[in-house]
Design a protein around this ligand. Structure first.
Ligand code: G3I
Length: 384
């Protein structure tokens, strides 16, 4: 009799105890991995509020920059794994699923890769050997620790043609199958992905479908296509994003949303190529200094008009679009294995200053005060 009173009392206490808050991973984790990119400060645990958000909301992480070619391998005979090792330590300590980003990319790659000791363009054989060395060294170091890798990033243009990168100029189309072959040989258990932005565009969609078929026809492993998901207020439409997911799934691969963010600013470009900013900066440098600032101010007023905060109506529209895409991802949960935001709070997003130097944006799931955006809270309420 006494025990039953104790049990009843314990249950009563438990019922009144404040419930642990639910995070995105609690309500969506049975559908797909819920991830975020981590920047250097976050990897080094120098952003404790970000640590708390990761612990509550995410079960997967990807390095925003520290595993890129130029960061890891600045010179042919020099590797720098310090921050990448800390990223892996972060993920292992927190039991998070980790993805490597990225092995082969036209950007952020040491130029030494593409030139021989005479300063001539590297031969195909030399570049293939260097690719194999990089991929093998990096993947071997983290073998068994990372679930998968963005093997090749952003190799297909909006019209479906190959980006005329130095990889392409030296090896032609072959650099992509070669990268996937080297990656599989380096770690046969790792998942391998092709990753790109603007995947809603029909030309790129068709180019990526061709690429998937080519890899599969050669018996090469490709587990998923990474649709980066860098969005704006008027692109992509849910339907064109859906059409691309259908096209990739029809080729027998999974889909991942790998770099999700949504600019709240007026659209200037659908590109996520950071070279856009450089080109804009260069165009500004071609004018007299006194004109430069005037141009920047004009661009800011036109393309980044919300420096003092996001108007309520724009915020409401942004949250509605983010929920519409989340509902699409949930609808495709059988084929989507991961949804990763490209950063934690608006304050540290690459979108700040992307198109116009000094521009402010509001693209991520948490605001500058580390508060969850309304659509996040509503999602947790609806799916708890
Ligand atoms: O770490 C250095 C710092 O020491 C130095 O003082 C500073 C001076 O500019 O630069 C810092 O490096 C910057 C790095 O971000 C870390 O902040 C690089 O200049 C800058 O180019 C780099 O930008 C990254 C960009 O890729 C290029 O690698 C963005 O953070 C990152 O969000 C962006 O992410 C890409 C994906 O990898 C691929 N898909 C598109 C996406 C957006 O462009």
């Amino acid at each position: 009799m006494k025990n039953s009173y104790i049990i009843i009392a314990a249950l009563a206490v438990a019922a009144c105890a404040p419930k642990a808050p639910l995070g995105l991973k609690d309500v969506l984790g049975d559908k797909f991995l819920v991830g975020t990119a981590l920047n250097e400060q976050q990897i080094r645990h120098q952003d404790p509020k970000a640590d708390s958000i990761v612990a509550l909301h995410f079960n997967a992480i990807v390095p925003e920059n520290c595993m890129k070619h130029a960061e890891l391998h600045p010179k042919e005979d020099e590797y720098n794994f310090e921050l990448a090792d800390k990223f892996v330590e972060y993920g292992e300590a927190a039991g998070l699923t980790m993805t490597g980003h990225c092995l082969v990319w036209h950007s952020q790659t040491g130029r030494w890769m593409f030139f021989d000791d005479k300063g001539e363009l590297a031969s195909p054989e030399l570049l293939k050997q260097r690719m194999k060395d990089h991929i093998t060294t990096v993947m071997t170091r983290y073998k068994g620790k990372l679930k998968g890798w963005d093997v090749v990033n952003e190799a297909i243009m909006e019209d479906g043609s190959y980006r005329k990168s130095l990889y392409y100029q030296i090896l032609g189309e072959e650099f992509i199958p070669w990268a996937f072959q080297c990656a599989h040989e380096a770690d046969p258990d790792a998942e391998l992905y092709y990753n790109d932005y603007g995947m809603n565009l029909e030309g790129r969609r068709n180019g990526v479908v061709r690429l998937i078929r080519q890899l599969k026809e050669r018996g090469l492993r490709i587990d998923a296509v990474g649709m980066q998901g860098h969005m704006g207020m008027d692109y992509p439409t849910v339907d064109e994003f859906r059409a691309s997911m259908d096209a990739f799934i029809a080729e027998g691969v999974d889909v991942m949303i790998t770099e999700w963010d949504m600019s709240a600013n007026p659209t200037e470009t659908q590109s996520a190529d950071v070279g856009e900013t450089q080109r804009l900066r260069m165009s500004m440098w071609t004018v007299a200094p006194e004109e430069r600032e005037a141009i920047r101010q004009e661009l800011l007023a036109r393309l980044c008009p919300y420096s003092d905060g996001l108007p309520e109506d724009v915020s409401a529209e942004w949250n509605a679009r983010m929920r519409a895409f989340t509902d699409l991802f949930i609808e495709y949960a059988d084929h989507i294995t991961r949804v990763t935001a490209w950063g934690i709070t608006d304050a540290t997003s690459w979108k700040n200053g992307f198109v116009v130097p000094g521009g402010t944006d509001y693209p991520l799931l948490f605001d500058r005060e580390y508060n969850a955006k309304p659509f996040v809270n509503q999602l947790i309420e609806d799916y708890k």
